[in-house]
Design a protein around this ligand. Structure first.
Ligand code: 4AD
Ligand code: MG
Length: 463
């Protein structure tokens, strides 16, 4: 019998009577009155396909080895299913066994496992319901991101991962070197001789592609970079990763208001795309992870965001008269508890906070006329807090030099960035969305380690 090879997702779209072969992994198996029921999943959609094997159709020796975790291809004919919750099932005529799975040793059993346990088996957790859903949503989200920018004629630029400059000026850098750490070359004054290193100078993994994206924006107008970024901040929180993905659009001739409009449109677009393409997966999250996921997302695509300045935000937090772990004070950065109050309680939707004190923001943000605040914008959402950070950029050469010095950075390292302000400088703006923070918002998952394939956090680089 020559039957068509299809995925589970495709099988559900075919008419009853189709003869098909479906390869995949066995999720569970149950034997009852001469019939074996097998749940087959191949990652193509949340739902598995039920295989029905009547005794005698498949050699006993083969069927015996079809256990949870094993890999097979099942051939047969699609029939109407008497079982609730599935339109069709596969009446099996033959099974090809690829790989067995010792059921005593296979860690994924039908009973639910904790997310913590699943994190320890990241090589197998992708075969579970939860992580199947997570990574299909992540795939749809990245697709939506490219779609949004490509449909608006943004140019995608691949910025470097190895860099010599600290974009955020926060010193949270991982060093990149080919020197032998146990035998570092020294200069006569005892300092490390970086000239002997691979690049002839100290280099790092990038914390952001923004500075290079600005170069491209000042030629192409609208660009975006999208890739991995690295931060050596030793904060072991459920919202921080040492390696995370960031999408960073950068637009010439955009002021802060234009920037905020784009960020809102972008977030609504990507949420709508995921709602339209991952319904089944989101329904799972809504049922088992966070009961407000669907209603929140559906509400957000229909509403505009809240807006307030940092100064107004501090006032609102102080007026709230509650006991904070970190009492709000002008000049201090907003903490997660503050961000969540503003979005979850005050506005009950995403809110954009603008015009932060310059002392708590990076050197590249445009200084306001008050000389105390900068044209910054952070997008805060319920449950997660900050998901987007951005700003209008300082386009005035003299002010920028001043800001670099104030930040304690060496302006010589930024010569090319300063050149952009010497040759055809224009007002421009951009922002960065943390992909994993957005994933937390979309799925309701509360730990960022559960929305990236292989999390890198302090003390953890397995897989
Ligand atoms: O606010 P951040 O630090 O902004 C920038 O890096 C700018 N250069 C972006 C730009 O204007 N082009 O980071 C941007 C976003 C944050 O809002 C957050 O969502 C995410 O990146 N992020 C992290 N996500 C996971 N783990 C971390 N350690 C993160 N640090 C920032
Ligand atoms: Mg930020």
């Amino acid at each position: 019998m020559k039957s068509q090879r299809v995925s589970v997702k495709q099988a559900y779209l075919l008419p009853v009577g189709s003869e098909i072969t479906v390869p995949g992994w066995v999720r569970s198996r149950r034997d009852s009155k001469g019939i074996t029921f097998i749940e087959l999943n191949d990652g193509s959609r949340f739902k598995s396909l039920q295989l029905v094997v009547e005794s005698g159709t498949v050699p006993d020796e083969t069927l015996r080895q079809v256990t949870t975790g094993s890999s097979i291809a099942a051939s047969g004919v699609l029939v109407d299913s008497p079982a609730a919750g599935q339109p069709v099932e596969l009446k099996v005529a033959g099974i090809e066994l690829y790989g067995t799975a010792d059921s005593a040793a296979y860690p994924l059993q039908k009973k639910g496992h904790s997310l913590e346990f699943l994190r320890e088996i990241a090589h197998l957790r992708v075969r579970s319901n939860t992580f199947g859903a997570v990574f299909r949503v992540r795939n749809a989200l990245t697709h939506a991101i490219h779609r949004f920018f490509q449909e608006r004629n943004f140019v995608y630029v691949q910025t470097p991962i190895i860099t010599a400059s600290d974009c955020e000026g926060a010193g949270e850098l991982f060093s990149v070197t080919s020197l032998k750490l146990g035998d570092l070359p020294r200069r006569s004054d005892g300092e490390i001789d970086w000239q002997q290193d691979f690049f002839g100078r100290p280099t790092y993994l990038t914390v952001s592609g923004q500075l290079e994206a600005e170069i491209f924006a000042l030629s192409f107008g609208r660009v975006y970079t999208f890739g991995p970024t690295f931060r050596a901040e030793n904060s072991n929180t459920p919202r921080h990763l040492a390696e995370f993905w960031m999408v960073e659009p950068e637009m010439a001739f955009f002021d802060l208001a234009d920037n905020m409009r784009l960020a809102e449109e972008f977030l609504r677009f990507t949420i709508r795309h995921v709602l339209e393409n991952c319904r089944e997966d989101l329904e799972f999250f809504n049922r088992y992870i966070e009961t407000s996921v669907l209603s929140t997302l559906e509400h957000v695509v229909e509403s505009t965001f809240g807006h307030l300045t940092y100064t107004e935000a501090i006032q609102a937090l102080q007026d709230a008269r509650r006991t904070w772990q970190f009492p709000p004070e002008w000049g201090q950065d907003l903490q997660t508890e503050h961000e969540r109050f503003l979005s979850e309680e005050l506005f009950k939707k995403p809110v954009i906070v603008t015009d932060y004190p310059k002392v708590i923001k990076p050197f590249y943000m445009r200084v306001n006329d008050d000389d105390r605040t900068v044209r910054a914008m952070d997008v805060l959402v319920p449950r997660v807090g900050e998901i987007v950070g951005g700003s209008q950029r300082e386009e005035r050469y003299d002010v920028l030099v001043q800001r670099i010095r104030e930040a304690g950075l060496d302006e010589r390292a930024y010569w090319w960035y300063l050149d952009l302000r010497r040759f055809g400088s224009v007002p421009h703006s951009g922002f960065g969305l943390g992909l994993e923070r957005m994933m937390m918002y979309l799925t309701g998952l509360k730990n960022i380690r559960d929305v990236i394939p292989f999390p890198r956090t302090p003390g953890n680089a397995e897989f």
